[in-house]
Design a binder for this molecule. Structure first.
Ligand code: 13P
Length: 253
């Protein structure tokens, strides 16, 4: 059975003090966390080192982005090699804000995935369609294109370790979530597309998270869908209480 994951993407939010207050408070309340859910937090990169110093943290850390290069003259970039060296085990790859504001293409993201695997960082690959694409009934074509161009060059064993986050762009930060039917339909489509290329065993191992206006009131219903293996949470991951409620809602227990 696939272990559920709840990941928080803080985006460009919180001061260092606020980040550490969250980390300490989350740790103090860790007995409220279910044992059958993996928790990942992606703070701004500047805070990774401090958050890594919490003793036996109840969360694992992710970067919100990484370079496709391992080192060198790339001002402002952070590499997967550096993340691995700092015990940061995960990196978001291809979040829609990176695609939109920083013009990241699936071809570039394919190289970022390779860099992650080269250095032992687990990629959380984000995909999802814009509203106009859904309205034109092109959402499956769009997501399949993203999967094919960024992921289908991987080996089956690498693919089985990728975490996919389906985040319809129209649901991000809007307060509008996909319905459970829309989420389940797309997650099942993603899984069957992976099965078609890599085989059923690989597809069954891949965790597919839903993201887009997940909150403490709607998470249980979304995470209850067969092919939804947890969530990637933006705004609602910034408050300890809400985030803990969302993690609890992913538990089967
Ligand atoms: P919100 O949960 O704020 O809609 O953000 C979703 C997201 O982009 C997570 O990566």
């Amino acid at each position: 059975m696939r272990k559920k994951i709840v990941a928080g993407n803080w985006k460009m939010n919180k001061t260092l003090r606020e980040a550490m207050d969250f980390a300490v408070s989350f740790q103090e309340r860790s007995d409220e966390l279910p044992g059958d859910v993996e928790v990942i937090i992606a703070p701004p990169s500047l805070y990774l080192a401090s958050m890594e110093m919490i003793k036996e943290p109840a969360y694992r850390l992710a970067s919100q982005n990484c370079s496709h290069h391992s080192y060198g003259a790339f001002t402002g970039e952070i590499s997967a090699a550096m993340l691995a060296d700092m015990n940061v085990g995960y990196s978001l790859v291809g979040h829609s804000e990176r695609r939109t504001y920083f013009h990241e293409t699936d071809e570039l993201l394919a190289k970022k995935l390779d860099a992650c695997f080269l250095h032992g960082v687990v990629p959380v690959f984000c995909c999802g369609e814009h509203l106009a694409e859904r309205e034109a009934k092109r959402h499956f074509v769009t997501v399949l294109h993203q999967l094919e161009h960024a992921l289908f060059h991987l080996s089956p064993s690498q693919m089985s370790r990728v975490i996919i986050a389906y985040e319809p762009v129209w649901a991000i930060g809007t307060g509008v979530t996909a319905s459970t039917e829309q989420a389940q339909e797309m997650h099942a489509f993603i899984r069957s597309s992976i099965a078609g290329h890599f085989g059923r065993e690989t597809a069954d191992a891949v965790r597919i998270l839903y993201g887009g206006s997940v909150n403490a009131s709607n998470s249980a219903e979304l995470f209850g869908c067969d092919d939804v293996d947890g969530g990637l949470v933006g705004g609602a991951s910034l408050k300890v209480g809400d985030f803990i409620t969302i993690v609890q809602s992913a538990s089967r227990g």
